[in-house]
Design a protein. Structure first.
Length: 92
């Protein structure tokens, strides 16, 4: 015996799209922040978030691509400064 009516089936597509949009924005912010501090950690996180958001079909593709580029730039800046200063980390 059922006392309540069954709940209508909800589509997971809008929530998944919203999550992908949030990941695109987060990758952009983390990539931008990574140029200043903690680029060893924030760069790869920005790259992964951008890739996942693009894979899930975000509506903010430009921001995801920018986050991807900034994540790669984070790692490039780290490598260049490490080569110039001959250390494992860098500081100004």
């Amino acid at each position: 015996m059922q006392l309540t009516a069954p709940a209508p089936a909800r589509s997971q597509a809008p929530a998944r799209k919203r999550d992908a949009d949030g990941m695109a924005v987060a990758s952009f912010i983390l990539g931008l922040l990574g140029l200043l501090v903690l680029n060893l950690f924030l760069g790869p996180i920005a790259i992964v978030l951008a890739a996942v958001s693009l894979w899930r079909g975000t509506a903010r593709r430009g921001r995801a691509y920018l986050g991807l580029a900034l994540g790669v730039a984070d790692l490039a800046v780290l490598l260049i400064v490490m080569q110039v200063s001959h250390t494992v980390s860098w500081s100004l």
